[in-house]
Design a protein around this ligand. Sequence first.
Ligand code: GDP
Length: 332
Amino acid sequence: MPAESNRAGGAEAQPEVHPLAAPLVAGHRRALARAITLAESSRPDHQQEAQRLLAEVLPHAGRSVRIGLTGVPGVGKSTFIEALGLHLTGAGHKVAVLAVDPSSQRTGGSIMGDKTRMPGLTADPNAFIRPSPSGGALGGVARRTREAITLCEAAGHDVILIETVGVGQSETQVAAMTDVFVLLTLPNAGDELQGLKRGIMERADVCVVNKADTDPAATNRAQSELAAALHLLTPRLADWQPRVLQSSALRGRGLEEVWAAVQDFMSSPERVERKRRAQTGTWFDDLLREAAWERLSAGIDVAELRRTRSQVLAGTLTPVQGVLNLMPPTGA
Ligand code: GDP
């Protein structure tokens, strides 16, 4: 059989190398941007292509420091990323900045918004900035961001900064996909800390009191209070005690210390590997649950679902009975 017809023949055909793979791995920005766009597309044929490309470049991924950054709006996240990013590109790193905003309905137009927030990095050939993807299908924003991380890594970016833009779920999502999770707070953050979800503080590997220039005494106080609060929590990782530092992103102070803490965290390959494996495991489980639910819910009659739910609420069915009634017979 001629090679051509064999290729078109389906099952045994060897998939061709995706045309974006080589330029992506060579670090061409346009290829990286196009690959991320492909992965963000919800068209089924694009999705298939993107999965193939991701599988192809996967061996080139994984060699970066993935840093998550969170904090209330106005705490200085963009300023901090701009300053740290420029510091790192100046030291020879290739930096990628991604954002996670689960509520994002943004379109191409708002890319400018992100870029004007970080003018220095935007103009820096060793930095790549990408706004938050919008929701969409299976895995939504979190999946698209994880795929963007893989693609950026394959393109040679060795520092990936992932910023939470939205409120709500984005902190948890970012913490679940980064090696080092950094929480930025303010010098007079008493109220802010009270309001901060406990879960977020528990997940922080490094806390930074930013805007130290505005009130050094309050910054020192906030730093000790935060350290004391963190000490009361059970550390998530047995071999890492969260650090509390100070910075002035505006004046470029304290950035080396934050970077040193990040490097310290990364200095144990076992710790990083353990964290990444746990994250991948959780991600797989979540995706599977979501995919299973999507498939199953497509076969559930909505009217029957409503009826069953009312019966459960009225107490004529137990929740377990209700769920079992709605499940398709096993073996079907
Ligand atoms: P984001 O909403 O968390 O991204 O915060 P931005 O980076 O946009 O910063 C909000 C405001 O705080 C801006 O006006 C910044 O110039 C200012 N800002 C950020 N970092 C510092 C800092 O370290 N010191 C001072 N004085 N102002 C800062």
